[in-house]
Design a protein around this ligand. Structure first.
Ligand SMILES: NC(=O)c1ccc[n+]([C@@H]2O[C@H](COP(=O)([O-])OP(=O)(O)OC[C@H]3O[C@@H](n4cnc5c(N)ncnc54)[C@H](O)[C@@H]3O)[C@@H](O)[C@H]2O)c1
Length: 311
């Protein structure tokens, strides 16, 4: 099978790795040349981690996977390669307008049988499907981070997705060793519909001074079995992606609980993105042993605390 992937950031690299290590050809493009340039090395590193974690004792596992990846600096060459692919997968920023603009430019250039997958974590499939001009062959495949370590993939058909596309997608994902499950086309689908409000509440409770990073994460880890707590997960998702996802979910639902908390905006403004930037809720100077940061600068208390202090 051949895949064309646009967007080689955190999630794009995860998908590139998943495709390449399960024997598929992957053709990739990113609008940011610097990010594109680091893609193969990042995928090689991730494949190495997979080999270690799953105790794969094939000495050629990593090099064979990497051979399946081709990157293109030039969009025209990428499109030429995508014309020969079975699946076109978009993994660009979580911005509906941007995704629709990109899809309306690129998908009409591809043969009619190429299936379109989107890795969006919260957006409505229907406008993207219509923008690309092949709604019957369009579907969401929302992978989790990091893709090669987390088997789950939400499969979200749109209003016009045909049954063949759903079955092709499910079967292709199973063949790629993923665990697909059907989810509804509502803001955030199944996983983020539950998870995002919880993560945003955690940030609000932190800025109200009700919880510290370390206690919050220990609590969820030891009480609910979450492998990471909410703040560590936030650092892996990154603050800019959380900001975009929350805003898009707010705009789609009008639910004030989805609106990005001020602390999230401040962290984005300060470049405190999370694990990838070295600093978020944790200090990631030593990535193997992140340390919860003192975030008292972001604590303002609750409105109740403030009015009490005025008495
Ligand atoms: N980060 C997560 O944990 C996570 C989890 C699941 C799903 N997602 C979803 O995956 C998608 C990508 O998220 P990410 O975390 O990988 O973001 P990211 O910022 O790491 O990567 C996005 C990439 O898209 C590229 N891009 C943006 N506009 C482009 C364009 N017009 N043409 C070509 N390339 C373009 C950027 O240069 C960037 O490298 C989003 O829809 C996000 O909601 C993210």
């Amino acid at each position: 099978m051949k895949f064309a992937i646009i967007g080689t950031g955190i999630m794009g690299r995860g998908w590139i790795t998943q495709c390449s290590m399960t024997g598929h050809e992957v053709h990739c493009y990113d609008g940011n040349n610097e990010i594109l340039a680091g893609t193969i090395a990042a995928s090689e590193k991730l494949t190495g981690k997979v080999a270690k974690k799953f105790k794969i004792d094939d000495p050629d596992f990593v090099s064979n996977a990497v051979k399946n990846i081709t990157t293109y600096e030039d969009k025209g060459s990428f499109i030429e390669a995508a014309k020969g692919c079975d699946v076109f997968l978009e993994v660009i920023f979580e911005d509906l307008k941007l995704k629709c603009t990109v899809l309306s430019e690129l998908l009409p250039q591809l043969p009619a049988n190429v299936v379109f997958w989107s890795n969006t974590s919260s957006l409505d499939i229907n406008p993207m499907a219509e923008a690309g001009g092949r709604p019957d062959l369009s579907i969401i495949t929302h992978g989790m981070n990091p893709v090669p370590m987390m088997p789950g993939v939400e499969v979200v058909p749109g209003a016009k997705t045909n049954a063949e596309t759903v079955e092709f997608t499910r079967q292709t994902l199973l063949d790629m060793k993923k665990a697909p499950f059907l989810a509804p086309n509502i803001p955030g689908f199944w996983v983020n519909r539950l998870l995002v409000p919880q993560m945003l509440d955690a940030v609000r409770l932190l800025e109200q001074g009700k919880i510290h990073v370390e206690d919050g994460d220990i609590g969820l880890n030891t009480s609910l079995g979450h492998p990471q707590g909410t703040f560590k997960l936030h650092d892996f998702v990154t603050a800019p992606t959380m900001l975009r996802v929350a805003l898009q979910m707010y705009q789609a639902s009008n639910d004030p609980r989805m609106y990005p908390p001020l602390t999230l905006m401040r962290m984005v403004k300060n470049g405190e993105y999370g694990a990838s930037s070295g600093k978020g809720f944790y200090d990631w100077s030593d990535p193997r042993s992140p340390k919860a940061r003192d975030l008292s600068q972001y604590v303002i208390g609750s409105a109740e605390d403030m009015t009490d202090s005025l008495k």
